[in-house]
Design a protein around this ligand. Structure first.
Ligand code: WT7
Length: 644
């Protein structure tokens, strides 16, 4: 924990959307009377039917219910597109392809036409208000068109990251009960093409019912075609009008479902609302990123994650900003790609993840120095705590020591940023997400679930009251929503993260306190990897934990027990790695597999993960109490054969 403090320059403060006194006044007002505060700020959206009720929320365990603006009606797409047609020539999206020679700019007018046509195509295929549509797409403008087109007709999109396997895709198509999958022939990334359409074909073989596809021709690569089921987007777009009336939806109608990993079971479908979500995404985007009309804003995330939803598409477009969409990877054609793109498009605000910074840091500073980054004025970080070394490198080499860095803590569930400095208002400390956004009431709880009153403390991070961007339910399983987030600590939203609060009231996230690990900023349930491993015919048992990894933040460490008589050999390790990639996707690829003929279990048969974590972290000197183990010798054996 570093004590360095980095205050924004006077020049930055002078032009900022909020300085310290404005932040403090607005924050005080927001927590003193949330309904009055959000009722006022809700007016930044266009409402078809204005709301009269603002906040109806309770975290009471018996009765959890979250509703914002519940009698208001709006259309999210109209707020992101039509509303800006008064200056329709402004660039809405700058698209940068995987191939550095290819990019294009899409104005708000062009966005309007494309989205309207796309919405008419969806209508023509029978998609109605409330229907779920799966999007499995590269980072191409059509991904934004598809999201907004769903919103325009009141359909609910559920994006599946294009790196997920056909099996993971099939689970989500089934889980969401979708009748349409929007995809592309292939997804180019880092000079290689992933066969998305072929993955959809495999997934749909497993899914029952009548699911259609709509396919973007991205590369023109070969695809198998089922004329009954598959439709080319470009052909359908030509057949329809470029006008489509946006439908009125209720503020509480779902805008999207996004599957995310938890500590147990299959990924859950996080449901976000239309009104509260959009307001929260737009407002955090404006204040945290200090966005002005002439900014060129780039968030390097993928639309397959919540960061892409809130801070590539919905927040920026609701604000009429210019948002960059990047199809490629940071290291192709070389490790200077991010900086090349910043220079090429005059990026002023840049938002990325610590894992990317660490990876680029390792390639050497010459890749940064080759490019003109003088237009940058603000940097952001998201996904995991940023280690001070990466922070300083980012600050010095990318930000030229003149750009504030906003370290933004939030989650798929929170819809938008909850803890982050406003860059003109709050001095940064490397590694701390600092202070809460308007309306957010973080608390630190002890093991008994009591709020710790002392400013300086450590415990678990929870939130005491609702904010408009909060998830509303788990799709199809409200009980799981309640039990995951509101049961352990009654009366609070439980984040799953541990944290420390320092003498200045700054929050320092210390990582997950549950069985969720953070691999390259991607969230992974250890239970998911375990269930993929035990699905292999030769595996009898598996236990998965995280361990510190220089680039990824955490790596995936797997202890595997084989069926009786199966030989423990290296070829099988490779086979298991590929197996997990096929079951879930490359992001779940095990970093370390250790053969574990025995696992440390209590006498009641519960695996003691605490011990496995220590062994994986190579902290075998501090294993703690092992006296409750059924067979303590198992631990000696695992330590002796520690892998990696
Ligand atoms: C988990 C949420 C929110 C978009 C990206 C990830 C960790 C996220 C930070 C940060 C420390 C962070 C937390 C959180 N996390 N941002 N700035 N500092 N930790 O979304 O996949 O839902 O993961 O990511 O552990 O709970 P997600």
């Amino acid at each position: 924990m570093s004590n360095d403090v980095f205050a924004p320059s006077a020049a930055f403060v002078a032009q900022a959307n909020a300085d310290e006194s404005r932040y403090k006044a607005m924050y005080e007002a927001s927590v003193a009377d949330p309904a009055a505060f959000w009722g006022e700020h809700g007016k930044r959206l266009n409402w078809i039917k204005p709301y009269t009720k603002v906040k109806s929320t309770t975290f009471d365990y018996h009765n959890v219910s979250i509703k914002w603006f519940e009698d208001g009606q709006l259309n999210v797409c109209a707020n992101c597109v039509d509303r800006h047609l008064g200056r329709g020539e402004k660039t809405a999206i700058i698209w940068e392809a995987d191939d550095p020679k290819l990019s294009k700019r899409i104005s708000y007018r062009e966005l309007y036409e494309n989205v309207s046509r796309f919405a008419n195509v969806l209508h023509g295929m029978g998609v109605k208000k409330g229907d779920r549509v799966i999007l499995y797409l590269p980072m191409i403008p059509e991904a934004a068109y598809a999201m907004l087109a769903c919103a325009r007709i009141g359909a609910v999109h559920s994006i599946v990251f294009a790196g997920f396997s056909p099996d993971a895709l099939a689970d989500r198509v089934e889980g969401a009960g979708a009748k349409l999958v929007v995809t592309a022939d292939e997804a180019p990334r880092g000079g290689r093409n992933t066969a998305l359409k072929a993955n959809v074909d495999k997934a749909l073989k497993r899914v029952g019912g009548d699911v259609k596809t709509l396919v973007v021709k991205r590369t023109g690569g070969d695809v198998a075609w089922d004329a009954e089921r598959d439709n080319w987007l470009h052909e359908e777009m030509e057949r329809v009008s470029d006008h489509c009336e946006p439908v009125a939806v209720n503020a509480e109608d779902p805008l999207f479902i996004l599957y995310t990993s938890g500590s147990t079971g299959k990924p859950k479908g996080v449901v976000h609302s239309s009104g509260g979500y959009l307001l929260y995404a737009a407002m955090t985007h404006e204040y945290v990123f200090d966005v002005k009309d002439d900014d060129v804003y780039w968030c390097t995330a993928d639309v397959g994650w919540v960061t892409g939803h809130s801070y590539i598409v919905y927040g920026p477009l609701a604000n009429g900003a210019t948002t960059v969409m990047f199809e490629g990877v940071p290291t192709y054609p070389d490790a200077g790609r991010f900086w090349e793109v910043c220079a090429k498009h005059g990026v002023t605000i840049f938002y990325t993840a610590p894992t990317a910074i660490r990876a680029l840091m390792a390639k050497g500073v010459e890749f940064v120095q080759k490019h003109d980054l003088s237009k940058l004025r603000l940097l952001g970080s998201v996904g995991e705590p940023i280690n001070p070394e990466a922070w300083h490198w980012y600050n010095k080499n990318v930000g030229g020591e003149r750009c504030p860095i906003v370290d933004t803590w939030w989650q798929t569930e929170t819809g938008g940023i909850l803890i982050s400095p406003l860059p003109g208002a709050v001095a940064a400390k490397p590694g701390s997400a600092t202070l809460p956004f308007f309306g957010v009431r973080p608390v630190v709880l002890d093991e008994k679930g009591e709020e710790i009153a002392a400013t300086e403390c450590e415990g678990v991070l929870a939130i005491a009251d609702s904010w408009p961007g909060q998830m509303r339910t788990v799709y199809g399983d409200h009980d799981r929503f309640v039990s995951t987030y509101f049961e352990m600590f009654k009366g609070y939203y439980f984040s799953g993260d541990g944290c420390r609060r320092d003498k200045d009231g700054y929050y320092w996230i210390t990582g997950r306190v549950d069985d969720v690990i953070n691999v390259s900023g991607h969230r992974m349930g250890t239970a998911e990897v375990e269930s993929a491993l035990v699905a292999h015919p030769k595996v009898s048992e598996a236990a998965v934990v995280g361990y510190p990894h220089d680039i990824k933040g955490q790596g995936i460490y797997c202890y595997v027990t084989l069926m009786d008589g199966e030989p423990y050999d290296d070829a099988l390790k490779t086979e298991l790695r590929n197996w997990v990639r096929n079951e879930i996707g490359p992001i779940a690829s095990p970093d370390v597999i250790q053969w574990a003929p025995g696992l440390p279990k209590t006498r009641s048969g519960k695996i003691m993960r605490r011990i496995l974590r220590k062994i994986a972290e190579n902290e075998t000197g501090s294993l703690g109490d092992t006296s409750t183990l059924a067979d303590p010798s198992v631990v000696e054996e695992l330590i002796a054969n520690r892998a990696g």
